[in-house]
Design a protein around this ligand. Structure first.
Ligand SMILES: [Mn+2]
Length: 320
């Protein structure tokens, strides 16, 4: 496997259960030249020091790499073969600091900045949702204020906990406080209760975010939500996907599961509606393999990553 061709290992020539695991059986990006050539880099951020309940997301990049041996490149809905159209590679993992959230976020920020400076779109596999803070900071410093499509059971606009301003439920509040967003272009999808108080829903609305609950998705219909996605304005967009937006029946292996979520198919449909948006970075977070069952959560994550990759090509050449 070399990075010169950016091709997946062929499962009909080299069985999918064999070989050294990389994301989607793609080449490992190692040299300066590899990063110069690549369009998209899939980067692991194996950190779970921001979790408030179940840990384990530090093992997600490893498990998602392994499960992504089942990932294929042709996407029938968009009629695109992602790995023919784009040069995609595995950028390895960020060397995070297990005991230090601030140092970890700096490390993630620097890795993501490196990718952006090489015109390489970052697709980050966390890690808990605090890892998004490092990635978003790099995106903000590179592009300025961004729109956000945020799939999650939780709004992640929560206050400090245990005297710590930063944990895995705060990145949307911190981003708002730091001026990273175009608030009218922020969409949160999959939100559901029960909540600690009415503030849980009031705070993001007061920030100007458009909050779409699972009730909204089911009662108003997917088309209504797709229209909200398509209404996001011009400019850079960050796509952040917390696997707990899915119902625990589809994604049990996560830090803070909440019943009554989206099913996998609904999430795929909504990501498909993002084709045409100026996606500049994306992440997949909160998979916790120790709580997974038969790898179904990691498998759902692989499918979401495939959907993400398929909406990148429509925009990639215009801004990279
Ligand atoms: Mn989250």
């Amino acid at each position: 496997m070399t990075s010169s061709d950016f091709k997946q290992l062929d499962g009909r020539i080299f069985p999918r259960f064999a070989g050294i695991r990389t994301f989607f059986r793609l080449p490992l990006l190692q040299t300066e030249n590899d990063f110069e050539k690549a369009d998209v880099a899939i980067l692991g951020a194996p950190f779970d020091g921001g979790t408030s309940f179940r840990p384990g997301a530090r093992f997600a990049p490893e498990h998602i790499r392994s499960m992504s041996a089942l990932g294929r490149g042709y996407h029938p809905h968009h009629d695109v073969h992602v790995f023919h159209k784009l040069k995609v590679g595995d950028a390895g993992d960020v060397s995070i600091v297990p005991q230090d959230i601030a140092k970890t976020h700096t490390q993630i920020k620097e890795h993501v900045a490196f990718l952006l400076n090489h015109k390489c779109l970052p697709l980050i596999v966390g890690g808990d949702h605090s890892t998004t803070i490092g990635s978003m900071q790099a995106v903000f410093e590179h592009y300025g204020p961004m729109g956000v499509v945020h799939f999650d059971a939780h709004t992640d606009t929560y206050p400090p906990a245990w005297g710590c301003d930063i944990h895995h439920g705060t990145f949307m509040r911190l981003g708002h406080e730091r001026g990273w967003f175009r608030p009218n272009d922020v969409l949160q999808i999959g939100i559901r209760g029960p909540f600690s108080s009415e503030n849980d829903l009031k705070v993001p609305v007061d920030f100007g975010f458009n909050v779409v609950t699972v009730d909204d998705v089911r009662l108003s219909g997917l088309e209504t939500v797709k229209e909200k996605i398509k209404a996001i304005g011009n400019g850079p967009v960050y796509l952040s996907f917390d696997i707990d937006c899915l119902d625990p029946a589809y994604a049990p292996g996560t830090g803070t599961p909440v019943p009554g979520g989206l099913n996998s198919w609904e999430a795929f449909q909504l990501i498909r509606a993002m084709a045409g948006l100026e996606i500049v970075a994306a992440d997949m977070v909160e998979v916790s393999p120790p709580y997974d069952v038969s790898g179904i959560t990691s498998l759902a994550a692989v499918s979401v990553l495939s959907e993400m990759l398929a909406v990148i090509p429509k925009q990639c050449s215009s801004y990279l």
